[in-house]
Design a protein around this ligand. Structure first.
Ligand code: 9UX
Length: 69
């Protein structure tokens, strides 16, 4: 089973932020795809059996804040 989660992210100001978050989220267990968009301050994460809390924590560890939307 595959699921898609949409996140609202705050704190991104440049492309390096996007890359840091993309890498952090892709390292979370179960995640198969992470698309982070700077202009809309959002991300679309796909995967199987995703632990949303782990994704939010991974983003926070990079210094940003995220919520599910
Ligand atoms: Mo760009 Mo983002 O220089 O925290 S990496 S602002």
């Amino acid at each position: 089973m595959s699921q898609t989660i949409e996140l609202a992210i705050t704190g991104m100001t440049c492309d390096h932020c996007v890359r840091a978050i993309t890498n952090a989220v892709q390292d979370v267990e179960g995640v198969t795809s992470a698309k982070v968009d700077l202009a809309s301050n959002s991300a679309k994460v796909e995967g199987s059996v995703i632990d949303v809390q782990k994704i939010l924590e991974a983003i926070e560890e990079e210094g940003y804040s995220a919520t599910v939307r």
